[in-house]
Design a protein around this ligand. Structure first.
Ligand SMILES: [Zn+2]
Length: 277
């Protein structure tokens, strides 16, 4: 399975020379195995991804998108994701109920004329189908997907476990553990995963004082990886003001603290950051 990061930032897009190496787009990750594909989140990284997909003729196959939640940094690429304007494109979007509204309702509202010239989902040409996430494993193409609700402040944020023929990826962006103790659901999702992609908005020091923000530190990510027996950890959802050099420092600190056998990387946009499992 090939994992390509199209956006690795949290909260908002980071612009400027000091963010170029890891990349400034917000969350979007593409998983491919042969011809099969799953897209995780539609942050601004989905905008360049959408162009590439159409150039590859993506409208000929169904696209599947899993949304962890609908905070703006995870959906801001949606109204600019080129396949939604293609009349032959078919797109399945799985998402949580957020603060009580279904995912199609939230995305529809995000297009209303106060925010967007698109006005409504009805004005998108693609055939869109929406699904509410539950906790039962389900099949997408040849992937087995398990979703689990994880604590993220006052709303639900889903983590995913995607098992393919060649390996397993666990994705948990935007998660904050009460008291800093990883919840069992996160450990279960990451169980023996070849790659765990985990929120590292904070370092251990700055997490203190932000305990209720619904985000994790690299220490929490390491704890999940260690308890789950994951093989590789990608630090993800970098704070938008964390420069490339500062992300390097986080990676170095986490590598030093990592248990034997656990590789640690910083999630990086583009071809340079591709992970193969
Ligand atoms: Zn986020």
């Amino acid at each position: 399975m090939k994992i390509r990061f199209w956006g690795v930032r949290g909260s908002f897009v980071a612009a400027g020379a000091e963010f170029v190496r890891y990349g400034g787009n917000t969350a979007c990750v593409e998983l491919t195995e042969g011809e099969k594909r799953i897209i995780l989140d539609l942050g601004s990284g989905a905008i360049p991804l959408g162009k590439v997909l159409l150039a590859q003729g993506a409208e000929k196959k169904k696209l599947t998108i899993l949304l962890s939640h609908t905070h703006i940094d995870h959906i801001q690429g949606f109204p600019f994701f080129a396949p939604v304007f293609h009349p032959k494109a078919q797109i399945d979007i799985y998402g949580p109920r957020g603060a009580g509204k279904k995912v199609d309702h939230v995305l529809d509202e995000s297009l209303n004329p106060d925010y967007s010239p698109l006005f409504s989902l009805k004005n998108l040409s693609a055939k869109l189908e929406f699904h509410s996430l539950g906790e039962e494993p389900f099949q997408i193409h040849d992937f087995e997907v398990t979703a689990a609700s994880l604590p993220h402040g006052r709303i639900e944020s889903y983590g995913f476990r995607v098992e393919g023929k060649s390996g397993t990826v666990a994705y948990m962006t935007d998660v904050g553990y009460p008291g800093g103790v990883p919840v069992q659901a996160a450990i279960d999702l990451a169980k023996e995963a070849d790659l765990l992609i985990h929120d590292t908005t904070f370092g251990p020091e700055d997490w203190r004082g932000h305990e209720k923000w619904g985000h994790a530190s690299w220490e929490h990510a390491l704890a999940v990886a260690e308890r789950a027996g994951s093989k590789k950890l990608a630090l993800f959802h970098h704070a938008p003001d964390r420069t490339d050099d500062e992300v390097d420092k986080f990676v170095a600190l986490a590598r030093n603290a990592a248990p034997k056998g656990l590789a640690v990387i910083g999630a990086m946009e583009g071809e340079a950051g591709v992970v193969e499992i």
